[in-house]
Design a protein around this ligand. Sequence first.
Ligand SMILES: C[S@@+](CC[C@H](N)C(=O)[O-])C[C@H]1O[C@@H](n2cnc3c(N)ncnc32)[C@H](O)[C@@H]1O
Length: 367
Amino acid sequence: MKKKITSLYIHIPFCRHLCDYCDFTKMFYLPLYVKDYIKHLVKQIYNLKERKYKTIYIGGGTPTSLSPSLLEELLKALYIHKGKNTEFTIEVNPETMTKKKLLIMKKYGVNRVSLGVQTFDADLLKIINRFHSKRQVVYWINQFNKEGIKNINIDLIYGLPTQTLEKFKKDLLLATKLNITHISSYSLTVSKGTRFYNMKVKEVADDISREYYDLLYKVLKSNGFKRYEISNFAKNKNWSRHNLNYWNGGEYTGLGLGSHGYEEGVRYQNSTNIQEYLKGHYIVKQEKLTKKEKIEEYIMLGLRKENGLNKESFKREFREEIHCIFKNSLPDCIQNNLLCETKYSLKATYEGKMLLDQILIKMFLDL
Ligand SMILES: C[S@@+](CC[C@H](N)C(=O)[O-])C[C@H]1O[C@@H](n2cnc3c(N)ncnc32)[C@H](O)[C@@H]1O
């Protein structure tokens, strides 16, 4: 039987300025392209087969770089696909927010926002070429709460140039005092093609990254933010249902420049070339995943979750016991206290999560 697609991702690549570390599909906001781009998206959204999605996520780039009228056009089209309990998230860059945009979000049922904060430290914000201030972040968090959009994530990065553990601790302590439900935090990665790469900025060494991570985990845990995925923490189980669908190996539709989708076992990628995209040449690559690739992905994502992966679901999906497939690596990793299991699940321990790459190399040798 054909599986229902429950999640929809929409990519808005436009930004009012480009961040030095960002490797996502992005480009400067060019009014000439933006209007046409939204027209293409809206047409695709109206043509979607699924009537309602459990989660809708608008990411970027900078979705809030859109003018109020274009934002409204997009949200109005998506509203048709929103059910009663749909989690409807939009990424927000604080310096591009206005009251008008907030009211439009509210009108069309956005109920979760994700703010790209990265750090509250004014000097660090300058270094990474971000144009918001701590004051703006606090202001918009208050405004969202006031308007009833209370499911709020902030993104923080650690390992930034000139950042110290003390500065990161300050960021974390401030974050935990805000009226938010969720914090995502990743170590800085420097990818080819970014300005940081050209400036020869280096990623922090593994042992330093580990110190940042231990601090992140400790401060968030002691302030009521519980880890549910390696880099994601939530208060009162306000987990990102959209991201959980990815981590559970679920399928999703991806629309917009450079976005990925996964439907009926086929992974596809949308063009990263705006001119091609605006000619209607959306999908440029498609591949049917093999059973081996599916298993690898299931393990890789599943072990990132605090609850690990469900052994029964694994068996249902792949028609084999997980222990039969990983007959050498599982006992070894369990004995070394990197993995642990309960009756129903297989999980990485705290230490295992820190050494996940090594666990995966070992496990995939069994495939
Ligand atoms: C899709 S991006 C968010 C874009 C969003 N519009 C913003 O505010 O920048 C999601 C998050 O990934 C994280 N991120 C992006 N590039 C990163 C990098 N090179 N290293 C570590 N984290 C990164 C940032 O925390 C960012 O907010």
